[in-house]
Design a binder for this molecule. Structure first.
Ligand code: HEC
Length: 219
């Protein structure tokens, strides 16, 4: 018998298949763990937080961000909304008030005057004779300190000071807070003499915005 032929037949034979599970080779396990680790890192850094509005793949910003967050912070927009809801019933959307009943805010020297007095008026309300631009009103305005937050009053007054013909500096919520602290124990609305007795110095936070115009131009 040919030895080569006999070996040939033996070589064609394979080991019998075995039943049961074989352990995953250690190198394969390590490889897959490394792959999963890399994939996790890749998603973390390049997913853009899975946000639809992100086109910069390097940006990481997890969590929900309202789409209009930037826009809604504009104090004029928010101030107008609050003005229409709270003040326009008396002072009107035009800011002109009603002759003999509700004084105008457009062109008013209280609105465009020192912010310390303006904020005090809105916080505490006003009662009795009040001369606004050479017309005496004798009515009542309720206090707003229990109804509006510092930020809301700041937004309303910033709007009012820059709407219609008014062109005065914005008012910060810090200045409203500082003024509110001075009037915490006050329960009654202010009278004209009391308003005029309030020091006219600008409140912290309003000073920079309402500073007098820069050095006069050399003509
Ligand atoms: C219920 C009607 C009414 C509402 C609402 C009202 N006011 Fe007045 N306001 C008055 C009256 C009346 C006076 C004058 C009070 C007086 O005669 O003593 C006045 C006076 C003022 C003054 C000083 C005078 C002037 O014209 O500059 C300012 C400033 C003012 N209000 C701002 C506001 C703001 C801001 C709001 C909204 C947060 C508001 N008011 C809401 C009735 C109102």
């Amino acid at each position: 018998m040919d030895v080569a032929k006999a070996h040939g037949a033996l070589l064609r034979e394979h080991t019998e298949p075995r039943d049961g599970a074989a352990p995953v080779p250690l190198w394969l396990l390590t490889f897959f763990l490394a792959l999963a680790f890399w994939a996790g890192g890749y998603l973390f850094f390049y997913s853009g937080g899975f946000r639809g509005d992100v086109f910069n793949e390097n940006q990481i910003a997890w969590g929900y961000t309202p789409p209009s967050a930037g826009k809604a912070k504009d104090p004029i927009t928010l101030g107008k909304r609050l003005y229409v809801a709270n003040c326009a019933s008396c002072h009107q959307v035009t800011g002109l008030g009603q002759p003999g009943v509700y004084p105008p805010l457009d062109g008013s020297h209280f609105v465009n005057g020192p912010s310390s007095r303006l904020v005090a008026i809105v916080l505490n309300g006003v009662t009795g004779p009040l001369k606004v631009d050479n017309t005496v009103f004798n009515n009542n305005m309720p206090a707003w300190k229990g109804l509006l937050k510092d930020e809301q009053i700041a937004q309303i007054l910033t709007y009012v000071r820059q709407e219609w013909s008014n062109q005065s500096a914005p008012i910060s919520s810090e200045s409203v807070a500082a003024q509110r602290a001075k009037w915490t124990t006050r329960a009654d609305p202010l009278t004209e003499p009391e308003i005029l007795a309030i020091p006219t110095e600008e409140l912290p936070g309003a000073a920079s915005a309402s500073a007098s115009p820069a050095a006069p131009a050399a003509h």
